[in-house]
Design a binder for this molecule. Structure first.
Ligand code: BDR
Ligand code: CA
Length: 339
């Protein structure tokens, strides 16, 4: 018997990997998207909102009518810091120019809107997938505290428990951008799954997959491929590999297929004061604090299975080619046959 799709809110800051995450969300029948909420992060809020609208319109179908809402334009407790380097390129989408959105942003503030969704749904129905600084989600839990008991789960892309950071040596970008918010969410008592750099950096998408998507040529696959190519080029310059992490898409995969990852239960928090460690995720995996676990932290990932999952979903849902484009990627074809 197939399960009813989980009702989800996607809180994001597109951003290339947020864009791929949105494409994956709408290619996943296990998820029923209540709405897309936005927050400043990879780029400023106006650009993030515009990108989210354009991405949903490009996907079309139910995505074209999904409410897209404006959230916070920066952290609540400190000034907004945009990335030092423009990781995501022009428009925050690797210079890929999408058609202008044909509908306006949904009225109201993202935080109040999420609260309404949670109140209007049954207890334990709504899952939040957060792929951006946690400002909106912390504000939700603070200003509407009774949502805590009604949320099913928050799946967060953020942090680096045992791996180096990417914003600083200790901190991952989303947690570093608003550490107070990240700390508030981790200590809120809402069931939490954390998908951090510990796993996203182990599950790279190679340039060949970007090229397969570009060659497919359909509107979504081609946009996804061109954005991924931008990220791979940046990764190649910095890390000397022709592949890139697609952090936020792995968080979506974790919501749909948690079995693709290994999980460790731990009490976690986020450093807000450290001179060199601000925004660092601290995970007490050996129980030193004596505090009970408040999160499941992803510590391992089946990288090949994730790669196949992502590419198969994108090509099957959006691809132009009858064979779903698998034939042009021998690795994926092999995986398809193994299924
Ligand atoms: C996270 O930071 C952003 O740049 C990405 O979109 C992702 O959410 C990775 O550290
Ligand atoms: Ca993001």
């Amino acid at each position: 018997m197939s399960r009813a799709p989980s009702r989800v809110v996607i809180d994001c800051d597109p951003g290339i990997d947020d864009a791929i995450a949105l494409f994956l969300v709408y290619a996943s029948p296990e998820l029923d998207v209540a709405g897309v909420t936005t927050v400043a992060g990879n780029v400023g809020l106006d650009q993030v909102v515009d990108n989210a609208l354009r991405l949903c319109d490009l996907v079309g179908g139910p995505a074209a009518t999904t409410p897209v809402l404006r959230g916070h334009a920066g952290p609540l407790a400190r000034a907004l810091r945009q990335p030092d380097e423009p990781v995501h390129g022009a428009y925050g989408l690797g210079g890929v120019e999408l058609p202008a959105a044909v509908r306006p942003v949904h009225p109201g503030h993202a935080v109040d809107w999420i609260a309404d969704q949670v109140y209007d749904s049954g207890p334990g129905e709504i899952t939040v997938i957060a792929t951006a600084p946690l400002t909106n989600i912390a504000a939700l839990l603070h200003t509407h505290p009774d949502t805590r008991e009604r949320l099913r789960e928050i799946v967060v892309m953020g942090g680096a428990a045992f791996a180096p950071g990417n914003a600083t040596p200790a901190a991952e970008f989303n947690f570093h951008a608003d550490p107070e918010a990240a700390r508030y969410v981790t200590e809120s008592g809402v069931p939490l799954r954390i998908v951090g750099l510990d796993v996203t950096r182990k599950a790279l998408t190679p340039l060949t997959d970007a090229d397969v998507l570009i060659a497919d040529g359909a509107p979504v696959t081609s946009a996804a491929g061109r954005m991924l190519r931008h990220l791979v080029e940046r990764y190649a310059r910095r890390h000397k590999v022709r592949a890139c992490a697609v952090h936020d898409a792995l968080a979506v995969a974790a919501a749909v297929r948690p079995d693709l990852l290994e999980w460790t239960d731990a009490w976690v928090t986020v450093e807000c004061a450290g001179e060199f460690t601000r925004g660092a995720l601290v995970a007490d995996v050996h129980g030193r604090t004596g505090l009970p676990p408040n999160a499941r932290v992803a510590t391992g990932v089946d990288a090949q299975a994730f790669r196949t999952f992502l590419m198969t979903r994108l090509l099957d849902r959006y691809g132009a080619h009858p064979d779903g484009g698998h034939a042009s990627n021998p690795d994926l074809l092999t995986d398809q046959r193994r299924k």
